[in-house]
Design a protein around this ligand. Sequence first.
Ligand code: ZN
Length: 282
Amino acid sequence: MLVFSLALLFAADAAPIKVLIVDGQNNHAWKVTTPLIKKALEDAKIFQVEVATSPPSGDLSSFKPKFSDYQVVVSNYNGQMWSKETREAFNDFVKNGGGFVSVHAANNAFTSWLEYNEMIGLGGWGGRNEKNGPYVRIKDGKVVRDESKGNGGSHGRQHAFLMQLLDTEHPITKGLPEKWMHAQDELYDRLRGPAKNLKVLAYAKAEKSTGGSGENEPLLMTVDYGKGRVFHTALGHGVEAMKCVGFIVTLQRGTEWAATGKVTQTTIPADFPTAEKTSSRK
Ligand code: ZN
C-alpha cells in the first residue's frame, strides 16, 4: 500500500504542467514571439505546451479552446473580442482555479470586458482612461494608486532598463537579484485598471529622458481572481526582450506559480543579468 501511494505521488510530481498559449491576433509579431514563449517554457522541462490560434479576423465563433484541459493559459493575444461562449469559459476557468499569464500587449486587449480587466489588474490603450481604474505606481517602496484623469497606456523609446524587485519573498521573485538590467524593450507606463487583489513584484523607472512617465511603473505583477492566480508581465515587446534571461526566468517561474501556486524552479541560472549588464540567450 505504501509503495502504491509513493508511486502515485511520484507520478503526480513528474506529470508536466499543461500550458495553453493563445494567439492569432496581435499588433505585435505574435508569429515570431509565440515560438519564443513556447521555447522559454519548454526549456524549463516542467511544462507541456500547446498553442491555440484564433482566426486572423472576422467571425471568431469557431475559436473555442478547451481551457479546462490545461492548468494555465498564457496570452499572446491582443485583438478582436472573443465570443460570449469563449469569454464565459475563460472566466470560469480562472475563477475556478485556473492559472493565467498575461504577456505584454495581452494587457492591451478587451477594454470593455470587465472580468478580463480584473484578471490583468492593469491595462493600456484601447480607450482606457480614469473610468477603467487608477494608475498604480511605486513611491518610496510603496504601491500608490493615482486616480487622476488621463489615458491609460504609453511607452517611450525602446531601451534596456533596470528592473527592481518590490517583493523579494513572493515565490516568483524569491532568490532573484534585487536589480537586473532587462534587455531592450518597451517600458509600459501609465497602465490603469481595476487593480483589485493586485500585488506588484517588480518595477522600473520610466525615465522622462527616454520618453517615459517619470514614474516607477509596475511591470511584473500578480492578481488573485476567484480561486485563480494571474501572473502579469508587461515585458516582452519583441525578440530582444523575450531573449533576455530575466524575461525567460520570470516567465517560467510566473507560469509555474499561476498553474500550481508554487515555484520549484529555485536555481538562479548563471547567465541571469546583473544590475550592470543585460544577458540574453540565443
Ligand atoms: Zn509592444
